[in-house]
Design a protein around this ligand. Structure first.
Ligand code: FES
Length: 228
């Protein structure tokens, strides 16, 4: 962008080249305008640079933001009634959406039957961020975003699983991949407790849970086809 001063009128040219007080006044006004334009440009550049730096810091250190990207208290334990995986119902039993954390809280009953046992089960819990509570129930915090192309994945009561409306990726209640174009299982945050508060750390995202096979799948694939 040019900051050249505007062209002078023929009358101003005459006065300037004639010298005197009027010429000095015109010259002074032109100098002031040039300074003003320079300062305006510097101010705009400064604001733009500050905004760019703030954006970069927010991406690099999301936990500094205080909202999404940090630890979120999403409710009391009593708000998340546990259920067997095959009995899950959105917001009523086992699966609860918490937009503040962009996550689903999964709460499986202590009586839940898993495909694995012993050390295999423990190590799969660790790799899938499944937390066993002192009452024997199990908790997970699943990121709501489909790992295919990022659509928000709803929970479907009709098939007791997550089904993406965009291209059909399908995940069970523990977020494990069932079918569709998604390259892996749903991502998950860390979940923990402070007294009765349930806390999701949205500054930590596990993006490494692969498509399961028979040696890693935690619960059976639902037999009901999703509708709608
Ligand atoms: S974004 Fe979910 S299947 Fe494509």
């Amino acid at each position: 962008m040019s900051i050249d001063t505007p062209p002078i009128t023929p009358q101003q040219y005459e006065v300037l080249h004639g010298g005197g007080a009027e010429a000095a006044e015109i010259a002074s006004q032109r100098l002031s305008r040039r300074r003003f334009l320079r300062r305006s440009m510097l101010a705009v550049w400064g604001v733009s640079t500050a905004a760019a730096v703030a954006g970069a810091l927010d991406m690099l250190y999301p936990s500094l933001g205080g909202d999404f990207g940090s630890a979120q208290t999403v409710g009391k334990k009593s708000e998340f009634v546990a259920a067997l995986p095959e009995k899950f119902q959105a917001e009523l039993a086992g699966v609860y959406h918490r937009p503040i954390a962009r996550a689903y809280v999964i709460h499986m009953a202590a009586e839940t039957k898993f495909n694995l046992e012993g050390n295999n089960l423990e190590s799969q819990f660790a790799s899938e961020n499944v937390v066993k509570d002192k009452d024997g129930s199990y908790w997970i915090a699943l990121y709501q975003k489909c790992v295919h192309l990022g659509c928000t994945v709803p929970f479907k009561d009709s098939c007791v699983s997550f089904k993406c409306p965009c291209h059909g990726s399908h995940y069970n209640v523990t977020g494990e991949f069932i079918d569709g174009p998604a390259p892996r299982s749903l991502d998950r945050f860390q979940i923990s407790f402070s007294g009765d508060d349930v806390i999701i750390n949205t500054g930590f995202l596990n993006q490494t849970v692969p498509r399961p096979d028979n040696t890693t799948l935690l619960i059976p694939v639902p037999s009901v086809v999703c509708s709608g």
